[in-house]
Design a protein around this ligand. Structure first.
Ligand code: GRF
Length: 201
């Protein structure tokens, strides 16, 4: 299966996927990486791995619709079976999410449905939660609202800051994202009638 990764930043999740592919553990091939921000480390990671990397700068577009349409045609040039959002910091239009329904995954640093949107680590700390975590989910029109595929729970410990908590959550991100992508690539993970389904092996 062909995989396209979208990102906006440092791309540590992309790196985890690249490493899994190199180790024969991804079940698919990353054929392209697209960033909406110039000069980010994620683009360098793609290039270093010999993956086609492209910039589509959203600031050059007059509307969200126009950007998403251009993004869609760029993605579809790679004929992907799966689109993976890995720190792609853009709200997506319903036309875009519908086009990739059932074949687009996102990773969100909270135990969804808790803390959709930004600043999830600080919000978990402010709420006095004893657990935080990360969720891989199918992308639907609702921001961070699609069906969950897998979650990792991370305990909050005494003295945690948003930074220390985020670092421990990221360790788990880098484990569960390659796992979820592999399930999809193997045909075990499917989206059906608004739900995520994982077949027995
Ligand atoms: C991660 O925390 C992920 O959960 C969120 O964006 C961040 C991306 O980090 N969606 P990186 O660019 O993969 O390091």
């Amino acid at each position: 299966p062909r995989i396209v990764v979208l990102l906006s930043g440092s791309g540590t999740n992309l790196q985890a996927l690249i490493d899994a592919e190199a180790g024969g553990e991804l079940g698919g091939k990353i054929v392209g990486v697209i960033s909406n921000r110039p000069g980010v480390k994620g683009l360098q990671r793609a290039e270093a791995a010999g993956i086609d990397a492209q910039l589509l700068d959203h600031t050059g577009f007059s509307s969200r619709d126009a950007f998403d349409a251009a993004l869609q045609s760029l993605i579809d040039q790679y004929r992907p079976d799966l689109v993976v959002l890995a720190g792609f910091m853009r709200i997506l239009t319903p036309a875009f999410t519908e086009h990739y329904q059932g074949r687009m995954l996102n990773i969100h640093p909270s135990l969804l449905p808790k803390y959709q949107g930004l600043h999830t680590h600080q919000r978990a700390l402010d709420a006095g939660d004893d657990c935080h975590g990360v969720t891989v989910h199918f992308v639907t029109a609702e921001l961070d609202g699609g069906p969950a595929v897998i979650q990792a729970i991370v305990p909050i410990i005494e003295g945690d800051t948003a930074e220390s908590l985020s670092a421990r959550v990221q360790v788990q991100e880098h484990k569960i994202y390659p796992m979820a992508v592999r399930w999809f690539a193997e045909g075990r993970l499917k989206y059906h009638q608004g739900k995520a389904w994982l077949d027995e092996q």
